[in-house]
Design a protein around this ligand. Structure first.
Ligand code: PMP
Length: 408
């Protein structure tokens, strides 16, 4: 394909999708983009979302006036409860400033601008920089560079063990200047699918507390890791409960509500006192005013309905569980095919161990290139595959090609 020429250097996921679309090969498989697909490979509108949106459209009292600068208040407060817990002390103590954003990307951006402007980097003896995991979501670097914060890698993924480099990560946390800013993936790390265990999170939080580091949580997959919304919020809630760790959370409803194009998200900044919280909230509003004036209404209304209506919420929990469950089933199928049917050389345990939408297969660039060029299987050159692209119809085809490129 025309794409393959610059495969190694080209990291555009959208270009990969375009080449997939242009490919006329019948058995082609798209394992590139991180959007959920049903078992027929089709985009999925969640039943809970379908119900909420049809109720919304039928409701004649709904108009198209602007939302306020910080968004739909019922949405932002329900969203805060979803990530922090309904019984969150920080919410009860009025220490959480929540602003509706242009999905997770907008939350990352607003959080970045806020830190660039108000975090007292120099006072803490640190440059305007943020530590990001190596590797991370491709857009993180661009977002921070865009606002004049320098992204600096911290070790995260160990290619040799295909697992977390816990020692490298925690050493960097310890060696960084006090009050440094670290970006953490709340769950289902993108692109590796490798998360710290709860025990490891506790140790990480200890170091944050000791060093006074700022935790910049990116939470794009709540519910996708385990199928349980509360369980996937564990790390964030643990940090918030420590009280002494300054932090913010970027929240996206793109994946867990399947509302990719509606751009529904929120930024939650947790402060030490209600006074500080009020100041933070008004500054966030001021930044937002100059950038987007008012966030979009439709998707926020849909999510607000799902989060505040008991029956819809129960349906949504079911929907999330179903999506996460299908992904976990595909992990098992791919693993079984490689280890039992094809007896592919190597250890494939990481396929079962990794969490969420993505798996890092641990193949090299040339192997990935062969999958693409000969197998018509579209994946990024770092061997990340979206598990949601696998179906009961194509998983054996994909496994057979992985087997082939590993052997030859
Ligand atoms: N953060 C991470 C880690 C992501 O994987 C994504 C989605 N690919 C996002 C943020 C933001 O996505 P969106 O803007 O669509 O919510």
């Amino acid at each position: 394909t025309s794409y393959a020429g610059d495969y190694v250097t080209n990291n555009s996921i959208f270009k990969l999708t375009a080449s997939y679309e242009a490919d006329s090969y019948k058995q082609k498989v798209n394992l590139g983009v991180g959007a959920y697909r049903d078992n027929n490979g089709k985009p999925y509108v969640l039943p809970s979302v379908k119900k909420a949106q049809s109720d919304l459209i039928a409701d004649e009292s709904v108009d198209h006036e602007y939302l306020s600068i910080t968004g739909l208040p019922e949405f932002t407060s329900a969203a805060a409860q979803l990530i922090l817990g309904a019984d969150s002390l920080a919410i009860a103590e009025k220490r959480v400033a929540s602003v509706q954003t242009i999905s997770g990307t907008g939350a990352n951006h607003l959080g970045a601008v806020f830190l660039q402007r108000f975090y007292q980097y120099q006072a803490f003896g640190v440059d305007r920089q943020i530590y990001i995991s190596n590797p991370t979501w491709a857009n993180h670097k661009a977002i921070f560079n865009q606002v004049g914060i320098k992204p600096v890698d911290y070790p995260y993924y160990d290619a040799k063990t295909i697992a977390l480099d816990f020692e490298g990560f925690t050493n960097t946390l310890k060696q960084a200047k006090n009050q440094s800013v670290f970006l953490l993936h709340a769950c289902a790390h993108n692109p590796t699918g490798v998360d710290p265990t709860q025990e490891q999170w506790k140790q990480i939080a200890d170091i944050f507390a000791d060093k006074g580091h700022f935790a910049f949580f990116d939470c794009a997959y709540q519910g996708f890791a385990s199928g349980d919304l509360d369980r996937d919020a564990w790390a964030v809630r643990h940090f918030v409960a420590r009280k002494s760790i300054p932090l913010l959370i970027c929240q996206s409803f793109a994946k867990n509500a399947g509302l990719y194009g509606e751009r529904v998200g929120a930024l939650h900044v947790v402060s030490a006192t209600p006074e500080q919280n009020a100041a933070v909230f008004s500054q966030l509003a001021a930044i937002q005013r100059s950038e987007i004036s008012n966030p979009p209404a439709f998707g926020a209304r849909v999510v607000k309905m799902i989060l505040t209506d008991k029956a819809l919420f129960a349906q949504w929990q079911k929907d999330v569980k179903e999506m996460a469950g299908r992904i976990i089933t595909m992990r098992q199928s791919l693993f079984d095919l490689l280890t039992k049917k094809f007896e592919t050389p190597g250890n494939w345990d990481h396929i079962l161990k990794q969490i969420g939408m993505f798996t890092f297969l641990g193949l090299d660039v040339n192997q990935c290139k062969r999958l693409l060029e000969e197998g018509h299987i579209y994946l990024t050159a770092n061997s990340r595959i979206s598990m949601a692209g696998l179906t009961t119809n194509n998983v054996e085809y994909v496994a057979s090609w992985i087997d082939k490129v590993v052997r030859e």
